[in-house]
Structure formats: structure tokens, C-alpha cells
Ligand binder design. Structure first.
Ligand code: AHM
Ligand code: MG
Length: 339
């Protein structure tokens, strides 16, 4: 990035299109629609307290969770803009039971998976929340899209990213050639390149996990958490505990500073809480592109074969050496320290 120059997300995508043939016209148009969705959701999030849209919608989503009004609004915004784009075959969303087929998308190339507003329990308390997206290419232009197209492994994602509605609004994405972050300049309503080529440190000293569930975690995870609290100057232990309960906020901080986020299996939820298609796959693509790792404790997240829309998986994600250490300890291998 040249000093004193501004690169908007649109300019950046246009440049990428020249460099990488796979960022073709329709993918950049799809990005345009995602970007506009993000701006519209950002507008609503920013005035959520002013226009009676805070609080519960009064219904539960397909997974029995209470939906917030902003969850519903964000889901509708994404679907409407995908419909208008003409570049998206269908949308699968954490908030919907069924596939949303875009009316003019029968011949389009791309499939969008979204968590339209993640961390929504934080809306009422004005903490950071975000939208997560993952893009796949349909398997064949000649056959109608079916579940096989949607249940592709994360490794086949064409692009993924998130928009964080935090103290600033940022758009962070990858198309498989690094990770770049853009901050929304409110005055011109443009996302401008602020975090080029993000690389996450190999080692970090931040631990993000809901320790309230500690007694239900596998022994290896419990051991790892105790290990993080031990004194060891060489690797900056004890680590700092930071957990806000909003995946994007915890992930974003750890991506930039170095750290680990875990949502391990628990006795009550052996597959954890987070969804493979809408949360884990896109975050895994981003973290790997930034030099980090993402695992379910046994295998790489992006190698998991999806079999259900709302499939859940444990998630261990962040700085590569930290993820390796958890995996080692989950496998019962010595982790060091005085266990
Ligand atoms: P959501 O998609 O319903 O918002 O749930 C996902 C969120 C993540 O953002 C967050 O990391 C996690 O749930 C927090 O769960 P818990 O409160 O069990 O720690
Ligand atoms: Mg979510």
C-alpha cells in the first residue's frame, strides 16, 4: 500500500481481477452485493438503539434459538441483494431451514453460505457482532445445483470473509491469495484498505474459550487451559484470557495479535456449538490464508465432509503453534509444564 493513497475495496477487487483469472467478473459482482449488504446491515446496527429494532423477534430459528430482530433483518438483506445480483444460485443461511433459491440465479456460478449476524446475543449490550460469508462454485454448469454442490468441503471455498461491526466496521476477506482488511470510512461510505496482507503470529498469548463449560471439556482441553495459566517466560505464559462470546470479535483480535479461540466439544454438545458451513469453514479459510490453523481436535476443519446444512463441529483456531499444542494435548501427548 502506498503511503497517502487510498485503495477502496472495489478498486482492490478490480486489481485482483487483473492479477488472478479466477476472480472473474461475476465473483467481483457478488462481492459488490455482499459489500452493499454489509453497509445496509451496518446502518441498522449503528442505529439499533434508536429505532425500535433491538431485542427479540419473538420467534425461534431452525435450531430452536431465539432470533433477534436484527438477525432477521440481516438475513433478509443478504437474500434480497443476492436475488438482485443475478450472480448467486442460492443462499444457505444459519437462520433458514431451507435453501433460498435466487429467482434469476439458475445459470449463475456461485453458492453463498452465511451467518448473517453472528454473536447476536451481544446486540443488546452494544458489543461487537458481525456477518460471516463463504462462497462456493457450483460443481457443474450443466446440471441443476443440488446438495452435492452445497456440501463441498471447506477446502473448495472460492472466497470467504466477515464484516465486523465493532468500534469501526471492517470487511476482511480472502479469495485464496492472502487476507486483506478494509475499514469503512463512514464519511464516504467506502471500505478502504487498512490491513493489507494480514499474517497471524505463529505464537500468541491470548486464550479465548468459554471457561464456564470447563468441567464438560475433554481432559486434553482442560489440561491445555491449565498449561496456559502456568508461568513460563520463554513462551509468555500465563496467557491472557479474552472471551466476549462473539466469534468474529474474538477471532479478529486473535488474528491480528496472535492467540487461540476454542469452542471444544462438551459432554452435552459433543459436536460443539458452531456450524461448519456458516462459521467454521470461512474462519478456517481466513486463518490458514493468514498462516494459522483450524482443527476440530482431530482433523483440519476444511477437510471435514459436510453432510447436513446446520452441522456443528468443535473448533480450535488461531496461531499455528497454539493449535498444534492443543491437538497434542487432546491426543494425550505430553504438553510440557507440570501436568
Ligand atoms: P450465534 O451464531 O447464535 O450468534 O452463536 C455463535 C456464537 C459465537 O459468536 C460465539 O463465539 C459463541 O456463540 C458463544 O457461545 P457461548 O455463549 O456458549 O460461549
Ligand atoms: Mg453464528
Amino acid at each position: 500500500m502506498k503511503k497517502n493513497s487510498i485503495t477502496t475495496l472495489n478498486q482492490f477487487i478490480a486489481d485482483q481481477q487483473n492479477k488472478f483469472p479466477y476472480v472473474q467478473g461475476s465473483l467481483s459482482r457478488l462481492f459488490g452485493a455482499i459489500q452493499l449488504s454489509a453497509k445496509m446491515i451496518n446502518r441498522d446496527v449503528r442505529k439499533a438503539g434508536l429505532i425500535d429494532i433491538l431485542g427479540n423477534f419473538g420467534e425461534t430459528n431452525v435450531q430452536g434459538e431465539e432470533q433477534k430482530k436484527l438477525d432477521v433483518i440481516s438475513n433478509d438483506v443478504f437474500k434480497k441483494l443476492m436475488d438482485m445480483s443475478g450472480d448467486c444460485v442460492c443462499v444457505v443461511s444459519e437462520e433458514d431451514q431451507d435453501i433460498h433459491w435466487c429467482p434469476d440465479g439458475a445459470n449463475a456460478k456461485y453458492i453463498l453460505a452465511i451467518d448473517p449476524l453472528d454473536g447476536s446475543s451481544n446486540i443488546d449490550v452494544n458489543a461487537s457482532i458481525g456477518s460471516i460469508f463463504s462462497i462456493f462454485k457450483r460443481l457443474s454448469p450443466d446440471k441443476p445445483v443440488n446438495e452435492e454442490d452445497i456440501f463441498q468441503k471447506g477446502d473448495r471455498q472460492v472466497a470467504a470473509g466477515y464484516v465486523i461491526y465493532g468500534s469501526a466496521t471492517m470487511f476482511v476477506y480472502t479469495t485464496g491469495s492472502g487476507v486483506n482488511g478494509f475499514t469503512l470510512d463512514d464519511s464516504i461510505q467506502e471500505f478502504c484498505l487498512s490491513h493489507p496482507d494480514i499474517k497471524t503470529p505463529e505464537n500468541g498469548n491470548i486464550l479465548s474459550v468459554n471457561e464456564g463449560n470447563l468441567n464438560e471439556f475433554p481432559q486434553g482441553v482442560i489440561d491445555y487451559i491449565s498449561w496456559c495459566k502456568e508461568d513460563n517466560k520463554a513462551d509468555k505464559r500465563p496467557y491472557s484470557a479474552r472471551y466476549i462470546g462473539s466469534l468474529i470479535a474474538d477471532f479478529h483480535r486473535n488474528l491480528l495479535k496472535g492467540g487461540i479461540y476454542m469452542y471444544p466439544p462438551t459432554a452435552k454438545a459433543p459436536n460443539g456449538k458452531l456450524r461448519l458451513l456458516y462459521e467454521c469453514n470461512p474462519m478456517a479459510f481466513l486463518v490458514e490464508q493468514a498462516g494459522g490453523k483450524a482443527s476440530n481436535g482431530q482433523m483440519r476443519i476444511m477437510d471435514i465432509q459436510p453432510t447436513e446444512f446446520h452441522q456443528r463441529t468443535p473448533l480450535i483456531i488461531g496461531s499455528s503453534n497454539m493449535v498444534d499444542q492443543v491437538i497434542k494435548m487432546m491426543a494425550g501427548e505430553a504438553g510440557g509444564g507440570n501436568r
